[in-house]
Write a protein that binds this ligand. Structure first.
Ligand code: SF4
Length: 482
């Protein structure tokens, strides 16, 4: 289906609402009547203060009209009219209503601060059409985040280390990651690590010049577990030599794929005081792992987890994904049960977001429908609450199945600080490596400036001098905002 949106006013809002219902369909934006070939049409219009929404999709028609001349938020009103039409046509009631932002808990926090919890919840339910369950979830996340956000101070920063390599490519993934098994990637790695160490040293000097204090470190990917013990050792040593770690609260290495875990790597990380690791099963169904081209076994996940416990890790995260191709609500529920039985300190439940660059999206393969994913997340939410986990951070991505969310759950006191610091933009994050994005947060307010590293490792290596030049702006930024 190709959807034509005919809208001069509120085109952006109209498209966002349509994306909730049709996340993977092609959308054409049209400005004038006539010349519209598509048979599926959404038309929004305001004339003399009266809003009209007309939808003709999949052979079904719905229409709404409302006088908005007295309305203070015409964009929201228009969105609600369209939402109501599309709910009627599709029979689907998206649990996040008309809320399209990436951080629902941030909005909830804002509302709680302005109006109190009760009124904040009422606004979510009555004005944004968010379900009661999701409203409660956003409020719980907002409360847990609050204490973590307050740990951050104007001179705080965190460090992100990017390892954009994986053992192989999973078909649902759109992340720019290179399979480490190719000769080209193997050849790149030593030089990549050289430059990464250089960049860490540069950030160390900047942090020291600016008297900033480090709060958390996070190695992400890709799959940082592809690094050998000696390579992990080298990076950790570089960090120890470059930064004053006396203020460090948390050190996480997202190992990623379970088949990369070895006792030697775990011991190296432990030796360098890494306190938190992530081993990501995504699902405990072997047939689903096979179907999405994730080349490891369930047994490897279980064995990696046991190894990590034996190595003494008491803060382990496991990622699960709802909506993987071929997965059913029952299967997913069993994956959640298995994760809960293992009792890792963190379980992060993602919703599949099928970006255009993923192999699955390119091949046009079917993905689970939104309603199945809603059932999967509802079930995970109930089971995790019952088992003593609390939600502590949350975000949404575009093209998420069912317009759903990703939620980090943890046993109380085991929240991943970095996730909250980064998601809520509490302080500066210096990001090293290919594809990494540094976010500078002004110490005197909320202003954020981003510095982008080159996306691909070969570019990162060959144009490293340009990145060094860009670092000068960090000092200027702080001078300007102190
Ligand atoms: S899902 Fe993870 S392991 Fe798979 S390709 Fe993407 S980053 Fe790599």
């Amino acid at each position: 289906m190709t959807l034509a949106i005919l809208s001069r006013d509120y085109q952006y809002e109209t498209e966002k609402i349509c994306r909730i219902f049709f996340p993977n369909e092609k959308i054409n934006l049209v400005f004038e009547k006539g010349g519209v070939d598509e048979k599926d049409i959404i038309e929004t219009n305001i004339d003399n203060g009266t809003a009209t929404v007309f939808c003709f999709v999949n052979g079904k028609r719905a229409q709404r009209k409302k006088d908005l001349s007295q309305s203070e938020n015409k964009e929201l009103e228009m969105g609600r009219l369209l939402y109501s039409c599309l709910t009627e046509i599709t029979g689907y009631t998206p649990p996040w209503g008309v809320l399209t932002g990436v951080r629902p808990s941030k909005l909830m926090t804002k509302y709680i601060n302005e109006y109190g919890e009760r009124e904040a919840k009422r606004r979510f339910i009555d004005e944004l059409y968010v379900s009661e369950k999701k409203t409660a979830l956003a409020a719980d996340v907002s409360k847990t985040e609050f204490g973590i956000i307050n740990l951050s101070e104007p001179d705080s920063f965190s460090l992100y280390v990017s390892i954009p390599f994986c053992p192989s490519r999973c078909s649902y993934c759109s992340f720019v990651s290179h399979s480490i098994t190719t000769p080209a990637a193997k050849k790149l790695m030593p030089e990549y690590l050289d430059r990464l160490c250089d960049e860490l040293e540069q950030y160390g000097e900047i942090a020291s010049r600016l008297n900033l204090k480090i709060e958390s470190i996070y190695f992400g990917g890709g799959t940082p577990g592809v690094l050998e013990s000696s390579q992990l050792d080298r990076l950790c040593l570089q960090i120890e030599n470059s930064f004053d770690l006396s203020t460090l609260r948390e050190y996480t290495v997202e190992i990623g794929r379970p088949d990369t875990v070895t006792m030697s790597k775990l011991r190296t990380l432990k030796f360098h005081n890494v306190g938190r690791i992530s081993i990501n099963p995504q699902t405990f169904s072997q047939n689903i792992l096979d179907a999405v081209g994730r080349q490891h076994t369930v047994e490897q996940t279980l064995s990696a987890y046991r190894m990590a416990k034996t190595a003494g890790f008491d803060s382990i995260n496991m990622d699960l994904i709802a909506g993987l191709t071929g997965d059913t609500a029952e299967n997913f529920s069993q994956s959640v049960d298995t994760a809960i039985t293992l009792a890792p300190e963190n379980i992060t439940v993602h919703s599949l977001a099928l970006k255009r660059s993923s192999e699955l999206a390119v091949s046009g393969a079917d993905v689970e429908d939104g309603e199945t994913a809603v059932r999967m997340l509802d079930c995970a939410q109930s089971k995790l609450y019952e088992s003593g986990y609390i939600p502590y951070y949350m975000y949404r991505q575009s093209k998420c199945v069912g317009n759903l969310e990703n939620v980090g759950w943890c046993l109380p006191g085991k929240e991943c600080l970095y996730n909250v610091f980064m998601m809520e933009e509490c302080h500066t994050v210096f990001a090293a490596g290919a594809g990494a994005v540094t976010k500078l947060k002004a110490p005197d307010g909320d202003f954020i400036e981003r510095i982008f590293n080159f996306k691909y490792p070969y570019e990162y290596i060959s144009r490293f001098d340009e990145l060094t030049d860009r670092k000068e702006s960090i000092i200027d930024f702080y001078k300007e905002h102190i």
